[in-house]
Design a protein around this ligand. Structure first.
Ligand SMILES: [Fe+2]
Length: 317
């Protein structure tokens, strides 16, 4: 590998404070809300849980906390959210944001499906100006009751595109309390954890601010990938990348797009971290396609950040 471009992403003492925090919901602006809703209800078996002011819809698993807000507008990432189950978690995030001189707002209670009186949350802009929600525990009973060949089990991680990966690490790890699990050695891609999963958030340099690179749902097992790939093909949804296995996280993956061009990942078998048993050091993966696709080395059509391997097709490192 080229050792001239090594960039070590830097964490401070706040990194790793969060241990029981996972993704909760995400919101996109889409030019055609009805078309996007039709796609998500047909392809992912999400259901409408609410209507939003201004012509948007809120989709979810039918019961419990929602997953996806679709609001009208030019395509883009509107917000994404995390459920903080750590004791005193929201208060701690408030304090660390205040210590860092950052301002935040109370999260609209409508975003939080929780028992009456228990909901609290905040909304804070990340360095790219995208709203990030952190809220107290929610009802998640809608998860885990899927026919996994037709409906994912749960929303699992968000990968945001930015022009400043270290700036995002400063925000999400060094203030909020996520922790680096792995990075590409060139510092252009990193994966952060906030619970046992290898990542609940990933950050990739795409040269622009405020981008949703992709977001991911869990499937139960490898067998489900076959059913999904066959069904996507039957209903005319093209598989855009994979199936394959990532190096960082070691998870299985397949990607396809929604009508607005958002990249959707289905994933399984993500590596688990046991911070109470072992000290992990972030691994620095070679910045080559073979790292993010162990099986084949090819990248998705939209990915331009990783260096090409410079090796003949099919060559492994
Ligand atoms: Fe992913």
């Amino acid at each position: 590998m080229n050792t001239e471009n090594r960039v070590e992403l830097v964490e401070n003492g706040n990194a790793g404070i969060l241990r029981e925090t996972s993704v909760s919901h995400i919101g996109f602006r889409v030019p055609d809300v009805a078309g996007a809703e039709d796609f998500y209800t047909t392809v992912l078996s999400l259901v409408r849980q609410d209507e939003l002011p201004g012509g948007g819809v809120r989709l979810g698993w039918g019961t419990g906390h929602h997953v996806l807000d679709l609001t009208p507008g030019d395509p883009g990432l509107d917000h994404f959210g995390f459920e903080v189950r750590d004791a005193g978690g929201i208060a701690g995030i408030r304090q660390r944001l205040t210590d860092a001189g950052l301002t935040f707002a109370s999260l609209d209670q409508g975003f939080i499906d929780a028992p009456a009186g228990s909901a609290e949350g905040i909304s804070v802009l990340n360095p790219d100006g995208v709203a990030v929600h952190f809220h107290s525990p929610v009802r998640r009973q809608g998860e885990g009751v899927a026919d996994p060949g037709r409906r994912p089990i749960k929303f699992q991680h968000t990968t945001i595109g930015t022009a400043d990966v270290q700036g995002m690490v400063d925000f999400f790890a060094n203030i909020i309390g996520f922790r680096l699990s792995d990075q590409l050695a060139d510092g252009r891609f990193c994966w952060l954890r906030s619970d046992r999963d290898h990542h609940t958030l990933a950050i990739v340099n795409v040269g622009r601010a405020g981008i949703l690179d992709h977001y991911s749902y869990d499937l139960a097992e490898w067998e489900d990938f076959k059913a999904w790939c066959d069904r996507l093909t039957e209903i005319g949804v093209r598989v855009q990348w994979g199936p394959g296995r990532h190096g960082p996280g070691n998870n299985l993956f397949v990607f396809f797009d929604d009508p607005a061009g958002n990249h959707i990942e289905l994933s399984a078998e993500m590596e688990k971290f046991y911070d109470e048993k072992v000290d992990y050091v972030p691994r620095k993966w070679h910045p080559v396609p073979e790292s993010v696709n162990l099986w084949g080395g090819q990248l998705p059509s939209w990915r331009t950040t990783s260096e090409s391997s410079g090796l003949p097709a099919g060559t492994n490192r």
